[in-house]
Design a protein around this ligand. Structure first.
Ligand SMILES: [Zn+2]
Length: 346
């Protein structure tokens, strides 16, 4: 009879196979110009639909001045930024927080009422992100072969906890702009195990996360004269992305291929593109792993904060079921059209 814990682990585990193909330097697509990004975190307008007089700001303001007092009717908010309008001076009175462009403050009960505001650009301040993404790490070295264990320990150094925590912080800096957006992952047990036929997996959530990395795989990487350190870091970026990324579990789960694709996207973004990995325009957008990752990176070069926004659409707490329509919400184009564009460009 299967052990219930083991059965649960199997159900929860993301099978994170990493192809052990031959590796050659990746072809780097030439980055095209980005779509115009708002230069300011927020712009305020006299009328609805961003009409009339306007001004923009990147900073908090305790008094908008007599000429703007009780006058704002619509607000543009840059991707990732947040604006809180206050009814009175010095951030007093009623408040209304905006996470995105807001064409009309009338139905929100804040038209021609704001006298001060706060702006969070979402950029620059990583301290809060770092606190939330520095998990407690417990290391379980299960491989009794000292030479195979050293394959991991020689890379992690004498402080494997700090090694893992550093990767956790970088994952969150890649995926998020504000600490409040991060899916909580406070404790991870890292198992270093001799597991022939396996590469790595992640299971569990919150304060009960397990990541396994197989020394059998590391040994095979070494036997192929590939860079074991780069492989370990790449694997951990992928698995620790699963700890923090949104996967819309309250909506019965987002597309599994997309979730794996985002995990590889974070890995690639942090410099750990496996040797020989290349765009695969012959697949489908949700094939997962590197096929999806190259597509998402291509989109991120064309649509401001695309990966950040996509991850946000899979919020585990919003009560909404994820659909590929999210691609259209972010870019204005359906995912099939974007995939066709991508194929034509590659
Ligand atoms: Zn995975």
């Amino acid at each position: 009879m299967a052990h219930p814990f083991k059965r649960q682990m199997a159900a929860l585990a993301w099978a994170c196979s990493v192809a052990a193909a031959m590796w050659a330097p990746p072809a780097h697509p030439k980055p095209p110009p980005k779509t115009a990004a708002a230069a300011s975190a927020a712009c305020f307008y006299e009328h609805v639909n961003f009409q009339g007089a306007s001004f923009c700001s990147n900073a908090d303001n305790g008094w908008v001045g007599s000429s703007w007092n009780d006058r704002i009717s619509s607000v543009k908010v840059a991707p990732g930024a947040q604006v809180t309008l206050h009814e009175h001076r010095n951030h007093g009175g009623r408040t209304l927080t905006l996470d995105g462009d807001t064409v009309n403050l009338v139905p929100l009960g804040m038209n021609d009422l704001a006298s001060s505001f706060k702006v969070s650009s979402g950029d620059g301040n990583t301290a809060d992100l770092d606190v939330k993404c520095t998990p407690t790490v417990v290391l379980a070295l299960e491989d009794t072969d000292p030479q195979r264990s050293r394959l991991f320990l020689d890379v992690s150094g004498d402080n494997p906890e700090a090694f893992m925590q550093d990767i956790g912080r970088k994952v969150c800096r890649t995926l998020y702009k504000r600490a409040s957006e991060i899916r909580t992952a406070s404790r991870v047990k890292l198992i270093v195990r001799y597991a022939p036929g396996e590469v790595a997996w992640k299971a569990g959530d919150g304060a009960d996360i397990t990541v396994m990395i197989s020394t059998a795989h590391l040994q095979s990487v070494k036997n192929q004269n590939r860079d074991v350190g780069k492989e370990i870091k790449g694997i951990l970026f992928h698995e620790m992305t699963h700890m923090y990324q949104q996967d819309d579990s309250d909506g019965h789960g987002a597309d599994a291929g997309l979730i794996e694709g985002i995990a590889d996207t974070v890995r690639f973004r942090n410099g750990f593109v496996p040797d020989g990995a290349q765009p695969n325009p012959n697949g489908r957008w949700n094939d997962g792993y590197r096929t999806t990752a190259f597509f998402l990176l291509w989109l991120d070069e064309r649509y401001d904060s695309f990966i950040y926004q996509l991850n946000r659409t899979m919020d585990t707490q919003d009560g909404k079921t994820w659909t590929p329509e999210s691609f259209k919400t972010i870019t204005g184009k359906a995912v099939d059209q974007l995939w066709t564009d991508y194929r034509n460009a590659n």
